[in-house]
Design a binder for this molecule. Structure first.
Ligand SMILES: NC(=O)c1ccc[n+]([C@@H]2O[C@H](COP(=O)([O-])OP(=O)(O)OC[C@H]3O[C@@H](n4cnc5c(N)ncnc54)[C@H](OP(=O)(O)O)[C@@H]3O)[C@@H](O)[C@H]2O)c1
Length: 206
């Protein structure tokens, strides 16, 4: 994708696993500090009626969607503060603005709301340090997550959710990951902090 060979390192890790996460952080920090951290990984699971959600599954969603971004941020923060410059972006979702818009997606709505609260609170704590922390709502993006939701049993996830995700795909309203990423990069060039960015209001698209 246009990046010169040898300029990219991939460090696989299960972000739900604290030890694995720690190993990835140590490897990422080995050559020096991290300047920009984009917490993009997330799970939309568990979906389904809230009274059927097991506490362990909800805990796992919090581990991936909230605790991992917070822990990764804490790990790279000392280097950013020492340098007087850093950028942290937590990829959120439009669901936070309309939690009732994804009935049977309670874990996802709840974890993303928590992630945005974490973002805004941390940004206030770090104001004036040169390290900015923002959340990004990437829009409806044509990814594996969307495809996975479309494949779920409508009995389980609810016909409303199932129909909406299939209709969005069929009508071609999903944007590409490249478009959403380009809009984020344009926002990242500025000095905003504590903002909830949304692809729909981003100044530049691809
Ligand atoms: N697609 C949308 O329409 C949409 C809308 C709003 C917000 N978002 C947000 O955008 C971000 C990207 O979503 P996406 O649509 O690209 O989702 P996706 O297709 O499901 O990709 C999620 C990514 O997270 C990684 N991941 C999940 N659990 C992990 C774990 N325990 N450890 C390490 N990596 C893990 C996955 O890795 P593997 O591939 O190895 O499993 C995958 O690379 C997420 O924060 C999502 O909530 C997406």
């Amino acid at each position: 994708r246009g990046v010169p060979a040898g300029r990219v390192s991939v460090l696989p890790a299960d972000l739900a696993d604290e030890e694995d996460r720690g190993r990835a952080v140590a490897a990422a920090l080995a050559p020096g500090r991290v300047d920009i951290l984009v917490n993009n990984a997330a799970t939309v699971e568990p979906l389904g009626p809230t009274d059927g959600i097991k506490a362990g599954d909800l805990r796992l969603a919090f581990e991936v969607n909230v605790i991992a971004p917070a822990a990764l941020t804490a790990a790279v923060l000392p280097g950013m503060l020492e340098a007087g410059w850093g950028r942290v972006v937590n990829v959120s979702s439009g669901i936070v603005a309309n939690p009732a818009g994804m009935v049977r997606g309670n874990a996802y709505a709840t974890t993303k709301a928590a992630l945005e609260a974490h973002t805004v609170n941390l940004a206030a704590e770090l104001r004036g340090t040169g390290v900015t922390v923002n959340a990004y709502r990437p829009g409806g993006v044509d990814t594996a997550m969307q495809a996975w939701i479309r494949r779920q049993d409508p009995e389980h996830i609810g016909s409303g959710l199932h129909e909406r995700f299939n209709r969005n795909y069929a009508e071609g309203t999903l944007i590409t990951p490249e478009y959403s990423a380009a809009a984020l990069l344009a926002l990242l060039a500025g000095d905003d902090t504590g903002a909830i960015w949304d692809v729909s209001t981003a100044p530049v698209g691809a």
